[in-house]
Design a protein around this ligand. Structure first.
Ligand SMILES: Cc1ncc(COP(=O)(O)O)c(C=O)c1O
Length: 342
């Protein structure tokens, strides 16, 4: 390991689950033009985004909440849901969940994954009269595991209808497994299901902080009251609307298909190299390296590649450009004996 980062120009950041693709040219041009109008406040109701989403998803605008990324929305919804004190969530999962839950004045109730997947039986058992909400993350960050429609429906049948189930679909666009349900379609059948989606990942707008939730109208109305005002900004709203046109969606879908193929190819190469890598439906892979996780991440860092280590559990690596993936693979093959720790 080295004490300092290598030359920054040579660092590949595969630690943040960002898309390796630059913004679509038309979106970039729109943002550049928008620079001339940043002295104006944005539409506080994000009406153009809601209208574009209502059209694309064929859903009533009263069920759509637009906000500062899906993480911000998650917090607003948890704040809006009332007085019960506990929020059940998978663990490990998106590392911000405990903070978002505590910011909303509730107590996190972590439920350990089972074999890298949500333990839905244990999550249902942890849900009781104090439960304000249950968080699900599909695909799960960091393991990439999904839930199939029958499992999710069975779970929703077991959860009391007055408990909100928040389904975080931040990585849904990378899913290729046909058995993974569309959360928005499920919300039609289970109004206590709230779906979180983001423009940060597949849409490549992470820096603009914009996402949306689909939820029961009462939840949307309550979350609007607690949410930040004048958020998201005008450039984020304009970029989101431009990304929801047929032409942009087609380009973004093609990118996701390419990325999913690169993910599967990288996994294949890592398996060939002797590592244990569970299947992933997201834009990242999970290496359950156990105690080798931190040394592995430090080895990658010394080679100019940033990955995310979860001490004693594993390492998450984002699928990057073909060059970054090759560089990561080359680094892996130079990591000491038996890197898989399995
Ligand atoms: C599961 C999950 N949800 C939400 C987010 C945050 O997304 P946003 O940029 O929309 O706040 C992330 C970011 O890494 C994530 O992994």
């Amino acid at each position: 390991m080295t004490d300092t980062l290598p030359d920054l120009a040579r660092v590949e950041d595969l630690s943040m689950n960002e898309t390796p693709f630059p913004p679509l040219p038309e979106v970039q041009a729109l943002i550049e033009r928008g620079a001339a109008t940043v002295h104006r406040y944005p539409d506080n109701n994000a009406r153009p985004v809601i209208d574009a989403l209502a059209d694309r998803l064929s859903i009533d605008g009263g069920r759509i909440l637009v906000g500062p990324g899906s993480a911000g929305l998650c917090q607003h919804i948890l704040m809006a849901l009332g007085r019960r004190t506990e929020v059940v969530h998978p663990d490990p999962s998106f590392e911000a969940y405990p903070l978002l839950i505590m910011n909303a004045g509730a107590r996190p109730v972590p439920v350990a994954l089972h074999g890298g997947r949500h333990d839905l039986a244990a999550m249902a058992a942890a849900t009781g009269s104090d439960t304000r909400a249950v968080l699900l993350c599909v695909p799960n960050n960091p393991t990439g595991a999904v839930l199939h429609e029958d499992e999710l429906v069975d779970f929703l049948e077991r959860i009391p209808p007055d408990v909100t189930v928040v389904l975080d679909e931040a990585y849904r666009e990378f899913v290729t497994d046909p058995q993974v349900p569309d959360g928005v379609a499920l919300h039609d059948r289970y109004p206590n299901l709230c779906v979180l989606r983001t423009f940060s990942k597949a849409y490549g707008l992470a820096a603009l902080r914009i996402g949306y939730a689909i939820a029961a109208p009462a939840t949307v109305a309550a979350a609007r009251m607690v949410g930040q005002v004048y958020f998201p900004g005008a450039l984020g709203q304009a970029a989101a609307v431009a990304s929801l046109t047929d032409g942009a969606e087609a380009q973004l879908r093609a990118r996701c298909t390419e990325l999913a193929a690169a993910r599967d190819a990288l996994r294949g190469a890592l398996l060939d190299a002797g590592l244990s890598v569970p299947p992933s439906e997201a834009n990242f892979l999970w290496l359950p390296l156990g105690t080798a996780s931190v040394p592995f991440a430090e080895h990658c860092r010394a080679a100019g590649i940033l990955v995310r280590a979860y001490p004693d559990l594993g390492v998450r690596v984002t699928v990057g450009t073909p060059a970054a993936n090759q560089r990561f693979l080359a680094a892996v093959t130079h990591f000491g004996p038996a890197p898989c720790g399995s």
